[in-house]
Design a protein around this ligand. Structure first.
Ligand code: PEP
Length: 252
């Protein structure tokens, strides 16, 4: 029987948000306050400049705070970079690694992503490891091959269900308003589950697999009902508490 997995709904603010955006965290915390025992975990990943402030305003609420990237090293001469330890120190409990925008804009390979996930674990952060095919790869019928290869190369050998989350984000669906069909999502998530179970055994059976790519209040119900979808990674629709709540409340 499939393991009972508590879903995670995570918001990725990307390079958006000035100090004033703290009000969105406050508004979300107030909405969540009305829920005694939310049926899912809620995570916000603001830009690094807002992590400490977001942690402060979310204190006592059910919102966890995460980073969007980390360096593989704990410290050193890496101007402009931020270590997993620094994120943890600022109040983060999660970090996204291997987002397709990082893979594309910063030439991050699977090996780099794996090193970052290992750094997250070293610092005590849960790593959200992103995988996803481009439109050309999808059109060439290579989706499952690409995903399996990214999983193999990006996930640390010691990954556990508590400290590791996989996010399937088709690159062509991010920020475009387009989404795969529920059947396509089911096929990919089913293949990811199989790969996780084969490699990590019972830990792989419990590991959360999020879907990400143009999730909105209007499509969340259908996407979240797909087997092996254990939550969502949300970009644009997580920037406003009202929109994000529209997604969270379909789940929690
Ligand atoms: C993302 O950046 O992880 C994402 C899924 O973005 P969006 O929801 O805007 O497509």
């Amino acid at each position: 029987m499939a393991a009972r997995i508590k879903p995670l709904v995570a918001g990725n603010w990307k390079m958006n948000g000035l100090t004033a955006a703290r009000k969105e965290v406050v508004a979300l915390a107030m909405k969540l306050d009305g829920k005694k025992k939310p049926a899912c975990e809620i995570l916000l990943c603001p830009p690094a400049t807002l992590i400490a402030a977001a942690r402060e305003v979310a204190r006592g609420s059910k919102i966890a705070i995460g980073g969007q990237d980390c360096h593989a090293k704990a410290s050193g001469a890496h101007t402009g970079d931020i270590s997993a330890e620094m994120l943890k120190d600022a109040g983060a409990t999660y970090v996204i690694v291997g987002h397709s925008e990082r893979r594309a804009d910063h030439n991050e390979t699977d090996a780099i992503v794996k090193a970052k996930a290992e750094a997250a674990h070293r610092a005590g952060l849960t790593a959200i490891v992103c995988v996803g095919e481009t439109e050309a790869e999808r059109d060439a019928g290579k989706t499952l091959t690409i995903i399996k290869s990214q999983l193999k190369g990006s996930l640390p050998d010691a990954a556990t269900a508590k400290m590791t989350v996989v996010a399937y984000e088709p690159v062509w669906a991010i920020g475009t308003g387009r989404t795969p069909t529920a059947d396509d999502v089911a096929k990919v998530h089913g293949a990811i589950r199989k790969a996780l179970e084969t490699r990590f055994g019972s830990e792989g059976a419990k590991m959360r697999i999020l879907y990400g790519g143009s999730v909105k209040p209007s499509n969340a119900v259908e996407l979240m009902a797909v087997p092996n979808v254990n939550g969502a990674l949300v970009g644009g629709a997580s920037l406003r508490a009202g929109d994000f709540w529209g997604i969270i409340s379909t789940y929690c």
